[in-house]
Ligand binder design. Structure first.
Ligand code: PBG
Ligand code: ZN
Length: 323
């Protein structure tokens, strides 16, 4: 029935009616907070391009975890800045590595807070690439062996979920096999399945001190131009045993997110990355946008497009706004 019988404005006429028919609802339970951990004591070094975010040492990371718990946030994803970087990314799978230590300390105090381990090597290699490099090339299969070791080390340290983000072919299968062989059948894998070679990661590379020292990541991360390839990436990760999948970045890739959720029906995450966060912060600092409204609209849109949960640097602030 068309106008004038049908008038869509009828259901917009009061706050109560609008609330009754609202299709998407955001809450603190939707958010995962990323934290950066470095060696040291009582460190809380500001990350200049990510206002409100810091490189923490273990004790201050535990305090930040406490703030997340009190805000009703269900989990954290941890990134490590090791004291030494080398060609083999030793710090990534050292049993006393920085994220392993942080995970033990956080779990000790907050056993019910979910801890997700980002599994990648760019923070741990001296060249800043996400794998083993030889003759200027990032080698796929030798990197898988390190990924397998790292996953087991992370699970033993208390991480609840392993999230491989290196975009190496076969990484999910390699990790699943290693976890099972170590009797960690119950540790789920959240695959960064469709991860694009994105300029939106700029601020993160300052935060994690991980910019590649030569070239870029386009031989392993995806071309922003490609959509069908993202579906192939996700299909492979699902076949290899991914329990959950992720699309990253979030807002510029809502088409991909929506299709991944519709096609595979798996629990699906989206990562609102550092550049998405920094752009809102910068515009808000200039008085050009309303930070609270634009941040919540972005998060709502990511959820509306199909995300079951969102990794976001706005987790704490958004939880506060929604409370
Ligand atoms: C590691 C990793 C990156 C991000 C998450 N895991 C950086 C990269 O791929 O260069 C980016 C997150 C962000 O920008 O917030 N590979
Ligand atoms: Zn990486």
């Amino acid at each position: 029935m068309a106008f004038p019988t049908t008038r869509l404005r009828r259901l917009r006429s009061s706050p109560a009616l609008r609330a009754l028919i609202r299709e998407t609802e955001l809450s603190a339970k939707d958010f995962i907070l990323p934290l950066f951990v470095r060696p040291g004591k009582a460190e809380k070094r500001p990350i200049s391009s990510m206002p409100g975010h810091f490189q923490y040492s273990v004790e201050t990371a535990v305090a930040a975890a406490g703030a997340a718990v009190h805000a009703g946030i269900p989990g954290l994803i941890l990134f490590g800045i090791p004291d030494k970087k080398d060609a083999k990314a030793s710090g990534a799978y050292a049993d006393n590595g920085i994220v392993q230590k942080a995970a033990r300390a956080i779990k000790d105090k907050y056993p019910n807070l979910l801890l997700i381990a980002d599994l990648c090597f760019c923070e741990y290699t001296d060249h800043g690439h996400c794998g083993i490099v030889k003759d200027g090339k990032v080698l796929n299969d030798p990197t898988l062996a390190l990924a397998a070791k790292t996953a087991v080390s992370q699970a033993k340290a208390g991480f609840d979920v392993i999230a491989p983000s290196g975009m190496m072919d076969g990484q999910v299968a390699a990790i699943r096999q290693a976890l099972d062989a170590a009797d960690r059948h119950d540790t789920p894998i959240l695959a960064y399945a469709a991860k694009y070679a994105s300029a939106y990661y700029g601020p993160f590379r300052e935060a994690a001190e991980s910019p590649p020292s030569f070239g870029d990541r386009s031989t392993y991360q995806m071309d922003p131009a490609n959509f069908n390839e993202a579906l192939r990436e996700v299909a492979l990760d699902v076949e290899e045993g991914a329990d959950m999948v992720m699309v990253k970045p979030a807002l510029p890739y809502l088409d991909v997110l929506k299709a991944v959720k519709a096609r595979f029906g798996l629990p699906t995450a989206a990562y609102q990355v550092s550049g998405e966060f920094a752009m809102i912060k910068a515009a808000a600092a200039n008085g050009w946008v309303d930070e609270k409204k634009i941040a919540l609209e972005s998060l709502l849109s990511i959820k509306r497009a199909g995300a079951d949960f969102i990794l976001t640097y706005y987790a704490l602030e958004a939880a506060g706004w929604l409370a």
